[in-house]
Structure formats: structure tokens, C-alpha cells
Design a protein around this ligand. Structure first.
Ligand SMILES: NC(=O)c1ccc[n+]([C@@H]2O[C@H](COP(=O)([O-])OP(=O)(O)OC[C@H]3O[C@@H](n4cnc5c(N)ncnc54)[C@H](O)[C@@H]3O)[C@@H](O)[C@H]2O)c1
Length: 320
């Protein structure tokens, strides 16, 4: 299949493009490089463009005879969204509306959308199921929830089958080292832990007074290649059914301190940790109820220690 991958020059998009190619598909990356890397577009053609440009999207969909779209492109910094909410609604919601219009015009029938556990807000149950209330605590999460609502309204009218995958925290790198997690600035905990270990710079630990087992935030970490697999499977699933809304998590929580300990143990090195207050809009604990996911995705997910081991192996290989 020819698959348009919006945001395919970014972290998850580039890993998914690699797996798409490996599975015999053609990933056509559509990205404005606002937060992506041209050198990661190496698994198929590149269209430089902005998802708010409906005509550019339409040309790409028609020109490449696209069978399905995986829509990763978004602004995705929680803290930034609290300072620039209007940018987040314009880019994320505006871009999704333009994409739906272009798909409707071009007759493209399948869409997999990157949603997020940030659409739920603070957990009111220990594990978050798909029917958990949606009360996002920051404009980023709200923009993703609004995108889902727009898709729910437009897709049936436009004859589009869709999947909305609500990922929990995505971690890890391509095992071959061809692409890897890289955000500017990097706010994600695992690459920052690895960087601190490699450079000796301090690791900034945000939030030590959360109501959790060790005071630090608990998240459900999903390995990026497992997530890529979920997207490819979702494209098949929505061939048969019009709507698939699912969490993508492992159903197990790991605290920041537990991650820190895992990295220190794998590297046999103590990190220089600097503690800071929690960041605004950061919920204490987000863990998926992954029961529904297991009904449509028969795939074993990597555990956090396995992901950490891989990262250490890749870091050692890079050093030679
Ligand atoms: N990383 C996570 O843990 C996580 C968790 C849940 C959901 N998500 C979602 O997954 C998606 C991908 O996340 P990521 O970590 O790979 O982010 P990323 O920033 O690495 O990638 C996003 C890509 O989208 C592109 N982009 C942004 N706005 C665009 C626009 N207007 N037009 C064209 N391209 C544009 C950027 O240039 C970048 O290449 C996002 O939608 C994010 O909200 C990520």
C-alpha cells in the first residue's frame, strides 16, 4: 500500500516509516520539518508541506495514489502548549480538519490518528480504559481530544474508516540505529537519562511530591517499534470496521525513579540528579487498561528493562 505519513520526519513517524517499508509498503512522508529531521526521511518519498495546507495534502494524496493515511504531525510539548495554546489548536486541530477535507476530496478511505493518553487528564481509576472521562489538564491534551471529536463527526460522512490510537509514553529506538528519539528540546525522560549518563550533565527530575509510591510520576512506557506495529495492524483492522478507538499501552506503570534506577543499573553508574517541582499540567499517574488493545493486536510488547538494555547496547555501539 501507499501510505501517507504526516509527521514522518519525527520520532514515531520515522520509526513507523521504517517498519512500513520493511513490510512492503511505501511510506510517503508529509512534513514541514518544524520539529522533524530531513535525514530521517529515508524509507520512501518526501513531500515538504504543512498539514494546514489542504491543497498540498490533496495533491500528495492524489499524486501518490494513497491508500491510507497515518497522521502523526502535531505539536506535542505539554509545557509549551500551556504558554502557546492558540498555536496548538491551530496546528493540531486545524491541521486535522485540513487533512480530513483533503481525504474527502481525494476519496482516501482509511486514517490512523495519533491520539494520546493526555486526552484523559488525571486518572480517576487505577488503570485508564477507553471509556475513562476526558478532562485534559493541558491544551496539548485538549487539542488531541478535539481532533478525535472532529474525526468522529467527519469520518462517517466522508466515508472514512478511522483508528484513533491513544498512546501512553513512547520510548526506545530503532534496534539498527538508523533513526532514534530526538526532539529539540528533548523533554522525554529516557533520552534525557541516557544523555545525563553519557555526558555527566545533571538529570533534571521534575516532581518528587506526587501522590505515588515513590513521589515521582508514573507512566506506562510503550516501545516505539511495538507502537509502529500497532499502526500497521490498525490499517488492516479498519479495512473491516469503520471505527477503532484504542489505548496503546502495556498496562503497567513505571515511576521516574524506577527508570532512573534501571538506567543506573544497566550502566553501573550513578547519575547526578537535580530535583525540581512538577511541571504544570503533569498528571501524577497514567497507566493504560490494555484489555481492549489485546483483542485486536496479538503482539508481545518489550518491557522497560528490555528497552533500557537496547538503549545501552546502541549507545555502546555508537561509542565503538
Ligand atoms: N512521543 C510520545 O510519547 C507520544 C505520546 C502520545 C502521543 N504522541 C503523538 O504522536 C505523534 C508523533 O509524536 P513524536 O514524538 O514523533 O513527535 P515529533 O515532534 O518527533 O514528530 C512530529 C512531526 O510532525 C511534524 N509537524 C508538526 N506540525 C506540522 C505541520 N503543521 N505540518 C507538517 N508537519 C508537521 C514535525 O516536523 C515532526 O516531524 C504526535 O501527534 C504526538 O502528539 C506522542
Amino acid at each position: 500500500m501507499n501510505i501517507l505519513v504526516t509527521g514522518g520526519a519525527g520520532y514515531i513517524g520515522s520509526h513507523t516509516s521504517k517498519l512500513l517499508k520493511k513490510n512492503g509498503h511505501v511510506p510517503i512522508v508529509f512534513d514541514n520539518l518544524s520539529n522533524g529531521w530531513a535525514e530521517w526521511v529515508k524509507f520512501g518519498p518526501f513531500v515538504f508541506g504543512d498539514i494546514r495546507n489542504e491543497d498540498a495534502l490533496y495533491q500528495a494524496l492524489k499524486g501518490f495514489q494513497v491508500d491510507a493515511v497515518i497522521h502523526f504531525a502535531a505539536k506535542a510539548y505539554v509545557e509549551e502548549s500551556t504558554r502557546l495554546p492558540e498555536e496548538y489548536f491551530d496546528n493540531n486541530v486545524g491541521g486535522t480538519i485540513a487533512l480530513l477535507k483533503a481525504m474527502k476530496r481525494a476519496g482516501t478511505k482509511r486514517l490512523v490518528f495519533s491520539s494520546s493518553c493526555a486526552t484523559y487528564g488525571n486518572a480517576v481509576t487505577p488503570a485508564i480504559g477507553e471509556d475513562h472521562p476526558h478532562e485534559p489538564t493541558n491544551p496539548y491534551g485538549l487539542s488531541k481530544w478535539q481532533c478525535e471529536q472532529v474525526i468522529e463527526a467527519v469520518a462517517p460522512v466522508a466515508g472514512i474508516h478511522f483508528a484513533a490510537l491513544r498512546y501512553f509514553n513512547v520510548v526506545g529506538n530503532d534496534p539498527d540505529g538508523e533513526v532514534f528519539e530526538r526532539h529539540e528540546p528533548e523533554t522525554h525522560v529516557l533520552p534525557n537519562l541516557m544523555k545525563a549518563a553519557e555526558t555527566g550533565a545533571p538529570f533534571n527530575l521534575f516532581g518528587t511530591d506526587h501522590p505515588t509510591r515513590d513521589g515521582t510520576a508514573i507512566r506506562d512506557y510503550v516501545y516505539v517499534m511495538d507502537l509502529a506495529e500497532a499502526h500497521i495492524r490498525a490499517i488492516d483492522v479498519i479495512q473491516e470496521r469503520p471505527r477503532l478507538v484504542s489505548n496503546v499501552g502495556r498496562g503497567e506503570g513505571t515511576s521516574v525513579r524506577e527508570l532512573l534506577t534501571a538506567v543506573e543499573a544497566a550502566l553501573q553508574k550513578k547519575l547526578n540528579v537535580q530535583e525540581h517541582p512538577s511541571r504544570p499540567g503533569d498528571p501524577p499517574e497514567l497507566v493504560a487498561d490494555a484489555q481492549f488493545l489485546r483483542t485486536w493486536l496479538a503482539h508481545d510488547f518489550k518491557t522497560v528493562p528490555q528497552v533500557v538494555e537496547d538503549l545501552v547496547r546502541l549507545a555502546r555501539a555508537r561509542k565503538g
